[in-house]
Design a protein around this ligand. Structure first.
Ligand SMILES: *Cc1c(COP(=O)(O)O)cnc(C)c1O
Length: 251
């Protein structure tokens, strides 16, 4: 694992990030090719939790434009700090969202990947509605049923999906999952396969106004290649780009 990036020297840092990005893109392309898919079918979300704004700013100059954050407050600070870099930057929420922060999140993020309760979905719908907006969301699924993880159980999905697609100010675009931690990426392949099967079932049984259910957000630093082989359309990669996070900052 690469060491945490030192924001001391911007040119060195840009070169380091560029090299890591090139490697991730190469591996993404190889994984897509193994599955007979085009690399353009997979969106890379660069996960910037715990990464300082100064580093994210440099990342935005080397070809990264979509960033994932877990916490509203941290994201708000970075979005403010990078506001003048480019109008085309996208920020997506990938972590658990408390309902009392739904209004701020609906304002800040291009998409909420981590919708994990009906209450939250209703709050996001209400706040998007107040702004006359339609907010893109993914439904988070706890495929492996881990007590430590948020997300709906697979058994709840059909009913939840029917309720969410009826909310006029949300656009349900697909599913998201965080696979269990494993030493061997191969061992989480069934989790990704299951998420894809769940998505295919929903696509066949729950029509959305916008023809949704396209997106499958799955795969992180340790398993994104397997996820792409199993159909991921979005991968969320932090450490492979920015280096190891501080040990306690596992949020
Ligand atoms: C931290 C995080 C990631 C990125 O994890 P890496 O192992 O650093 O690639 C992806 N998704 C979620 C939900 C995360 O919290």
């Amino acid at each position: 694992m690469t060491a945490a990036t030192d924001p001391g020297n911007d040119a060195d840092l840009a070169a380091t990030l560029s090299a890591r990005l090139a490697e991730v893109r190469e591996r993404m392309a190889a994984a897509a090719a193994r599955a007979g898919r085009a690399p353009s079918e997979v969106t890379l979300v660069a996960v910037t939790k715990t990464v300082p704004s100064a580093v994210v700013r440099i990342a935005a100059t080397i070809g990264l434009d979509t960033f994932g954050e877990n916490r509203v407050q941290e994201a708000q600070e970075k979005i403010g700090a990078l506001g003048n870099v480019s109008a085309s930057l996208r920020w997506e929420l990938i972590g658990h969202l408390q309902t009392n922060k739904a209004a701020r999140a609906a304002d800040l993020f291009s998409r909420i990947q981590s919708v994990d309760s009906l209450r939250l979905a209703e709050a996001l719908n209400a706040h998007a509605g107040e702004r006359g907006a339609v907010l893109p969301v993914l439904i988070e699924v706890n495929v492996a049923g881990e007590a430590s993880k948020s997300g709906f159980a697979p058994e709840q999905l059909l009913e939840v999906a029917r309720m969410l697609v009826a909310l006029p100010h949300l656009r349900v675009e697909g599913l998201m999952t965080v696979a269990p931690q494993a030493d061997d990426a191969e061992s989480v392949r069934p989790v990704f396969r299951r998420l894809r099967a769940l998505r295919d079932t929903l696509a066949a049984t729950v029509p959305t106004p916008s023809g949704g259910w396209h997106e499958l957000s799955m795969g992180m630093t340790d398993d994104y290649e397997v996820a792409i082989e199993e159909g991921a359309t979005i991968i969320r990669v932090g450490r492979a780009l920015f280096g190891a996070r501080p040990p306690l900052a596992t949020h």
